[in-house]
Write a protein that binds this ligand. Structure first.
Ligand code: ZN
Length: 191
């Protein structure tokens, strides 16, 4: 069974999600939800899925990445769960294309902190500390944004917004600084 992924415009994506108790996380209902979110993320496919994206305003997200890409500092991340996360960001930022299963069909460049530290509860409700960098740090920031009602489109460099098709056709493989320059505004937009 798969869950329905809600799209931008659904109010649940703009709510602050509520924290879960360790007992709730360990309980049958949330354990079942974690399984369903995992299956839904695999099927999509995506590298992360937050509970608000399946219509539930809960501070819970699943993450798993099998991809590798040196340019994006991306390496495989095994499946895991974060609940009630607290995020601390490093000062250095990196620009890269990012998409979202709730903004289907599009990507845009988003500046994210290169490193992130997350204090959270895991799938058993046990406290964990995650130190992440590169693409994994980006995934964590994106998913934790979902738990606070924020989407990547709130943070994107809006002139880089591209359909997935046009991204593959025009921008894939180009260094980000080059495409930011090509996409830069040449005149002020009309008022
Ligand atoms: Zn998303």
């Amino acid at each position: 069974m798969l869950l329905k992924i809600v799209q931008a415009g659904d109010p649940v994506l703009r709510e602050a999600a509520r924290p879960l108790t360790p007992a709730e996380i360990a309980g049958a209902e949330i354990q079942r939800l974690i399984e369903l979110m995992r299956d839904t993320m695999h099927e999509a496919p995506g590298v992360g899925l937050a509970a608000p994206q399946v219509g539930l305003p809960l501070q819970l997200a699943v993450i798993e990445d099998v991809g590798e890409n040196d340019a994006a500092e991306r390496a495989p991340v095994p499946f895991h769960v974060i609940a009630n996360p607290r995020l601390t960001l490093g000062t250095e930022t990196i620009d890269f294309f990012e998409g979202c299963l709730s903004v289907d069909g599009f990507q845009a460049v988003v500046a994210r902190a290169r490193t992130a530290r997350v204090e959270a509860l895991d799938h058993r409700g046990t406290p964990v500390v995650i130190e992440a960098s590169g693409w994994y740090a980006r995934i964590l920031q994106h998913e934790i944004d979902h738990l606070r009602g924020t989407l990547y489109i709130d943070r994107m460099r809006s002139r880089t917004l591209s359909t997935n098709r046009n991204m593959a056709r025009h921008w894939a493989g180009h260094p980000i600084p080059e495409l930011l320059d090509r996409l830069a505004a040449r005149t002020d937009p009309p008022r």
